[in-house]
Design a protein around this ligand. Structure first.
Ligand code: PMP
Length: 424
């Protein structure tokens, strides 16, 4: 049995919010899959560095040198955190969405892309430059996911480039995907694979080497480092050969005016190629700080704690038949601390609003930027629910509760009590 650690200290533990019934209560942030509060340690590190802030790669002064060192050290920390291979690149981006769009912009000509319909839109939609995109149906089990991918890849041109994009943990059901097996299937058919670790990296150790994935993407703000940075890490070749994601200073090594009046550019070949503009050193530093803090806390202990919180919700609501949890692989499938559900007889938006107004609990309602998956799990029409995060009023949607390394047990107990009371 791995030991269960105490909640890690985070900001916002004492924020009081008003209740519609009068009085106030400390806010229970149970929407950590959307964005997680900063770890106290991350905040302290950022505050300690802030007076020394300077421009990265662009100054001869002491603080510029210091900031450049911190930025490049942050890259190394992230590479260690992800257990990257020698020669892998770590590119600092704005977010997972940005990272996956960067990779999409770097696809070789004619690259085929394979993606399950169950993905978050950030992983589902960026592949417009691809030669062809194959959307695979939602599987019923991890084994079926691997078999479906095998079948799809068997039909492809084995000599052309191909990429599989897969989530490590679903942002809707929290379920873990068989990443290692999917990577093996991809590689057996000459394809590459990128792991969307937006929901996995905050909760489980991610080893690029062990999982044998070619790239991994995650967001700082879901990893307790909400300072505007994300990461794309992995194989250097496609990134090196691609046009820069953004054109500008920092990405260009030399620019010269030609005799005919145009300009010739030589671009950098390392991560800087895709990091044009002044880098967000505070964001990168915060991500590195979070990586260190999570590694020190230990993912086994963090995962054991989160399992206990998931268990508390499942057991606390087991005798409430109106509450139905959503899952692809079955209710007992291993998952991170993310659960979605519907409540019979309730509009999900109203239910989430009541949790906030009457109990000071913040959850999310909607389709979670994964419309095809939620639509499938709900087994019905979503009522034309439109924009990401803003379904039509009254549309069929779900409620998501999600935990993080700083979630106290009291918040989960309050959530269970609130759901029971509201259903009654
Ligand atoms: N992938 C998954 C699985 C996610 O949960 C999210 C965020 N909800 C994203 C990608 C996109 O992350 P971001 O909004 O930070 O770009």
């Amino acid at each position: 049995e791995p030991s269960v650690c105490a909640p890690l200290p985070v900001l916002g533990r004492d924020v009081a919010v008003p209740l519609v019934t009068g009085g106030e209560v400390t806010y229970a942030a149970l929407d950590q899959a959307a964005s997680a509060p900063a770890l106290q340690r991350v905040w302290d590190d950022v505050a300690a560095y802030a007076p020394y802030y300077g421009s990265v790669h662009r100054g001869a002064g002491y603080l510029s040198q210091l900031s450049t060192d911190l930025f490049e050290n942050a890259r190394r920390t992230v590479a260690e955190f992800l257990d990257c291979r020698d020669g892998d690149e770590v590119v600092f981006t704005r977010s997972t969405t940005d990272s996956l769009n960067l990779l999409a912009a770097a696809l070789p000509d004619g690259c085929e892309v394979f993606v399950f319909e169950t993905e978050h839109h950030a992983a589902l939609l960026p592949w417009r430059r691809a030669g062809r995109v194959t959307f695979l149906d939602a599987p019923d089990s991890p084994a079926q996911a691997v078999a479906a991918l095998e079948r799809a890849l068997a039909d492809r041109d084995p000599y052309g480039p191909a990429l599989v994009c897969v989530t490590g943990a679903s942002n809707v059901t929290g379920e873990l995907w068989p990443v290692r097996e999917l990577a093996a299937a991809a590689h057996a058919h000459g394809a590459r694979i990128v792991l969307d670790a937006a929901q996995l990296a905050p909760h489980r150790a991610v080893s690029v080497r062990e999982l044998d994935v070619d790239w991994v993407a995650f967001s700082g703000h879901k990893l307790y480092a909400p300072f505007g940075s994300g990461v794309l890490a992995g194989r250097a070749d496609w990134l090196r050969e691609a046009e820069p994601y953004l054109a500008g200073g920092g990405a260009s090594r030399t620019v010269v005016r030609r005799a005919d009046g145009g300009v010739d550019v030589r671009w950098h070949e390392t991560a800087a190629r895709h990091e044009a503009g002044s880098p967000n050193v505070i964001g990168a530093y915060a991500v590195a700080s979070a990586c260190k803090a999570l590694t020190e806390a230990g993912f086994e202990a963090l995962a054991a704690r989160e399992d206990a919180l998931v268990c508390a919700v499942r057991e606390g609501l087991a005798d409430v038949p109106e509450v139905r949890f959503l899952s692809l692989f079955g209710d007992d499938a291993p998952r991170v601390g993310v659960l979605s559900f519907v409540v019979d007889g309730w509009n999900s938006s109203h239910f989430a609003a009541a949790l906030s107004a009457e109990y000071g609990i913040g959850v999310r309602d909607g389709l979670f930027c994964a419309h095809p998956l939620v639509r499938r799990l709900l087994g019905g029409d979503t009522g034309g629910a439109g924009e990401c995060g803003a379904p039509e009023p009254g549309a069929l949607n779900a409620i998501r509760v999600s935990f993080g390394a700083g979630t106290p047990e009291e918040h989960v107990a309050r959530f269970v009590r609130a759901v029971r009371e509201l259903v009654r």
